[in-house]
Write a protein that binds this ligand. Structure first.
Ligand code: ZN
Length: 281
């Protein structure tokens, strides 16, 4: 006899019926009905287990201090830039560039040092037209991370604009099992990557997985339950970052990605501290 794993259900069914396809297994636990699968999905979507940061934490050095230490700009032009950005609303790096006190590459290198990653001062966005890594464009947009190489022994180079979101990196690592080599790119290059990533049609044999983004827990749960029911014996992986919960349902012949976008909350501490670091000294 099999017993439904959904809380409050606990229905028993003879093994014979289960082996004939009544209900579905998820991560080795059996659920008797679509309703019980949906309940399981809702619970997992809202549990929101925070993930460990994706990269070793590097104490963020403030951009101004970093640029001054490198001798890129003196304290006088730094003060002028800080003064001016109050009016302009630009980030410190942008303000310094606008004033001609630092160039794009210097600011990018300093930011990369601040985040403890490498940087790509120039990048040809047409090289991501075939969607290296095989993510869908919605996933790239949601993560703000784009694979720029195909996996070689599970290693993948990825590009990201500032600020580097460690929790999103952690989510991507969890979902794909990749080791990520992170490169910081300028905001302009990032916009170009978003426009180009996956723009070329893929061979029919290797279509891109679709990612359904929704802000409705009910819709996300229904899709997960439907995929699990189709798969009959499915594995579910979830990863959370900031205001996103990403669930992947995998079974032989089934791979469904659902991304739940939660209503916007206050900025994540990681982002908030970065904003503070770049808008003041
Ligand atoms: Zn049940």
């Amino acid at each position: 006899m099999a017993r439904c794993a959904a809380e409050g259900c606990g229905r028993w069914r003879p093994d014979l019926l289960v082996s004939r396809g009544v209900g579905a297994r998820v991560d080795g636990r059996w659920f008797c009905s679509r309703a019980c699968l949906e309940q399981m999905a809702r619970e997992r979507l809202t549990a929101g287990t925070p993930l460990a940061p994706g990269l070793r934490g590097v104490p963020p050095m403030r951009l101004g201090t970093l640029l001054a230490a490198k001798g890129v700009c003196d304290s006088a032009s730094l003060s002028r830039a800080l003064e001016a950005q109050r009016e302009s609303g630009l980030r410190l790096g942008e303000q310094l560039q606008a004033m001609g006190a630092a160039d794009r590459q210097t600011v990018l290198t300093a930011l990369a040092t601040q985040f403890g990653v490498r940087c790509l001062p120039t990048f040809d966005p047409t090289t991501v037209r075939h969607a290296p890594g095989g993510l869908c464009r919605e996933a790239v947009r949601a993560l703000r991370i784009a694979p720029i190489s195909d996996p070689i022994e599970h290693r993948v180079r990825v590009a990201s604009p500032a600020p580097i979101r460690r929790r999103a990196l952690g989510a991507l690592r969890r979902l794909t099992g990749w080791t990520l080599e992170v490169y910081l790119v300028t905001d302009e290059d990032w916009m170009a990557i978003l426009a180009q990533y996956g723009a070329e049609p893929r061979p029919a044999a290797r279509p891109l997985p679709a990612l359904v983004c929704t802000s409705s827990v009910a819709e996300a749960a229904a899709r997960i339950a439907a995929a699990a029911a189709r798969g009959r014996d499915a594995t579910v992986i979830e990863a959370n970052w900031e205001d996103h919960a990403w669930i992947r349902v995998q079974a032989p012949g089934v791979m469904e990605d659902v991304c739940l976008v939660l209503p916007e909350g206050p900025p994540h501490p990681e982002e908030a501290s970065w904003l503070a670091a770049t808008t003041s000294r």
